[in-house]
Design a protein around this ligand. Structure first.
Ligand SMILES: CC(=O)N[C@H]1[C@@H](OP(=O)(O)OP(=O)(O)OC[C@H]2O[C@@H](n3ccc(=O)[nH]c3=O)[C@H](O)[C@@H]2O)O[C@H](CO)[C@@H](O)[C@@H]1O[C@H](C)C(=O)N[C@@H](C)C(=O)N[C@H](CCC(=O)O)C(=O)O
Ligand SMILES: Nc1ncnc2c1ncn2[C@@H]1O[C@H](COP(=O)(O)OP(=O)(O)OP(=O)(O)O)[C@@H](O)[C@H]1O
Ligand SMILES: N[C@H](CCC[C@H](N)C(=O)O)C(=O)O
Ligand SMILES: [Mg+2]
Length: 482
């Protein structure tokens, strides 16, 4: 593609290159730069891409899109914001694949992965269309699963994925839109047919610093959506509605002024059901996933479906086909008289919800095993400690992904929130050993919640990723315990 064609849509401050230069690809990491590429220099939190221009040139980059004049003698284009520049050139490079897709974006602290899965199934069942999915566990092109590293990919990888989806016949893409992605312009330039807000609670304050800044980042989604769907029961609903530049459709379990209201909610050990009330209709909805928060995820998905033009009756029918997601309230078969649940609750509010849910149904004790991730928001650690101690009958404090932090220090941070608790607890730093101990000491009727790692099949210690699948660990220990 000619350079000039690739750069249309970019605010150019200075153009020091031949417009007819043939570009062979786009790269934003010097290590991935190939001969003939346009290298986009991005200022980051760890380093500055401008410092890698030399390395990119060594790898054959033919031109640079940057915010400051390179020291190297290379054709360059100056622009004001290279993160946005990367998003725009990536879309052009892949021939604007998003224009072939109806996009649904889901943001919020909890429930994004679950809600995007629900919406995907609803669209498939209501329209027969092939639907793409982008999120924490994996990406999907129809039924085909594609591995992922991040919840919302960098703009270049995102556009590439959209291209594959469009080429393989998808007409919709449903995606989780993280606050990082919104703040770092990974989704810059996209227009969502529907943007969904699930909720906002304590998380990622290492990055956003304050809840207000975190909320502001989330609300950016509603500046690039044609329809907004907002959880009116959340205390940050006003920020999302205030930030929206499109019509807003609200849902609630308590406020009758919402556009979609859940009435007569029933929560069972294995499912929920409720009556969904709109201005025109009343319809029973059943979802085969337990917990009160599943009602919210179902409401969010139905509301999105309504905004896409599907009928409430059809959405209710399709909801019956929705199943749970790996690592979200996942029951591990044990063949014993106690229950093991794997859940991705790695944030205070999620932990509170999952423990409360099982407290309601547990025939015996609720035993919570959890840790907190290293190199992530440290202020959530004592909050999670307090919640686990207050709501559980027994707590096992262990490690999550310590990353480059000292696991003992992370555990100490958690224990600050458990000071003075009367709830019995034990600290076992090694997660495998902690799970083994929990299983050996499980009592009849117990519900053992392994919280925090959900679908993950690894543990990150230092900078290394080790294979660690809690399902396997549970099976190994159980086969050793007669
Ligand atoms: C805070 C954050 O999101 N950081 C992301 C961001 O990093 P950054 O801007 O600080 O980049 P940097 O490492 O300083 O490097 C600057 C530039 O120099 C380039 N570089 C760097 C080294 C080199 O040798 N050559 C080179 O060219 C880099 O490619 C980059 O373009 O851009 C990088 C490139 O896309 C990402 O890899 C990186 O994600 C890091 C790894 C990360 O852990 N992100 C997490 C926190 C995240 O994004 N999480 C959210 C939310 C999760 C959820 O709640 O579900 C997600 O969407 O996954
Ligand atoms: N609507 C909800 N409200 C509160 N908690 C929820 C909700 N939905 C799910 N959860 C809890 O949060 C955990 C994570 O759910 P899910 O993966 O769907 O959210 P997410 O927003 O994608 O999270 P992440 O940002 O970590 O990927 C679940 O395992 C469950 O404990
Ligand atoms: N997307 C989240 C996942 C956290 C999962 C938890 N197991 C942890 O390591 O803290 C993050 O990277 O912050
Ligand atoms: Mg997710």
């Amino acid at each position: 593609m000619k350079l000039a064609e690739l750069l249309k849509g970019i605010p150019v401050l200075e153009f020091h290159a031949d417009e007819a230069l043939e570009i062979t690809g786009v790269s934003y990491d010097s290590r991935a730069a190939a001969p003939g590429n346009l290298f986009v220099a991005v200022r980051g939190y760890e380093s500055d891409g401008h410092e890698y221009i030399g390395a990119a040139v060594k790898n054959g980059a033919a031109c640079v899109l940057c915010e400051e004049k390179p020291e190297e003698d290379i054709p360059y284009i100056l622009t004001d914001n290279t993160r946005r520049g990367l998003a725009v050139v990536s879309a052009v490079w892949f021939n604007n694949p998003a224009s072939r897709l109806i996009l649904v974006g889901v943001t919020g602290t909890n429930g994004k992965t679950t809600t995007t899965h629900l919406i995907k199934t609803l669209i498939e069942k209501c329209s027969g269309a092939k639907v793409g999915l982008i999120g924490t566990n994996y990406n999907m092109i129809g039924d085909r699963t594609v591995e992922t590293e991040r919840t919302t990919p960098e703009s270049y990888e995102l556009q590439k994925l959209f291209r594959d989806m469009a080429d393989e016949g998808c007409t919709y893409a449903v995606m989780e839109v993280s606050s990082h992605a919104l703040f770092l312009d990974r989704v810059y330039g996209l227009t969502y047919e529907v943007g969904v807000f699930t909720n906002l609670t304590h998380e990622h304050l290492d990055f956003h610093k304050t809840m207000d800044e975190y909320a502001k980042a989330k609300s950016l989604l509603f500046r690039q959506s044609n329809h907004a769907v907002v959880n009116l029961d959340d205390s940050y609903a006003g920020v999302m509605i205030g930030g929206a530049t499109c019509p807003v459709f609200t849902f609630s379990t308590e406020n009758d002024t919402a556009d979609l209201v859940a009435k007569r909610i029933k929560v069972y050990p294995d499912k929920v059901d409720f009556c969904a009330l709109t201005m025109e209709k009343l319809q029973k909805i059943e979802l085969n996933i337990p917990a009160i928060f599943s009602v919210y995820n179902a409401l969010a998905a139905v509301a999105a479906g309504l905004q896409l033009g599907f009928e409430l009756e059809a959405l209710a029918e399709a909801m019956k086909d929705c199943t749970g997601v790996k690592g979200r309230i996942e029951v591990v078969p044990t063949g014993r008289d106690f229950t093991v649940i794997i859940d991705y609750a790695h944030k205070p509010y999620a932990l509170e919800n999952i423990i409360s849910t099982f407290k309601e149904f547990a025939p015996g004790r609720v035993v919570t095993l959890f840790g907190c991730g290293g190199d992530r928001d440290a202020t959530k650690r004592p909050l999670m400690g307090e919640i686990a101690a207050r709501l559980s009958d027994y707590v096992i404090v262990t490690s999550d992904n310590p990353r480059t932090e000292d696991p003992k220090k992370i555990i100490d941070d958690i224990l600050v929130g458990m000071k003075g608790t009367k709830t019995p607890y034990i600290v076992i730093e090694n997660r495998r050993e902690a799970i083994g101990w929990a299983l050996k000491n499980a009592q009849s009727g117990d519900i053992l919640i392994l919280a925090g790692k959900g679908h993950e099949t690894y543990q990150i210690i230092g900078k290394e990723k080790f294979h660690f699948d809690e399902r396997e660990v549970v099976r190994e220990f159980l086969s050793a315990i007669s």
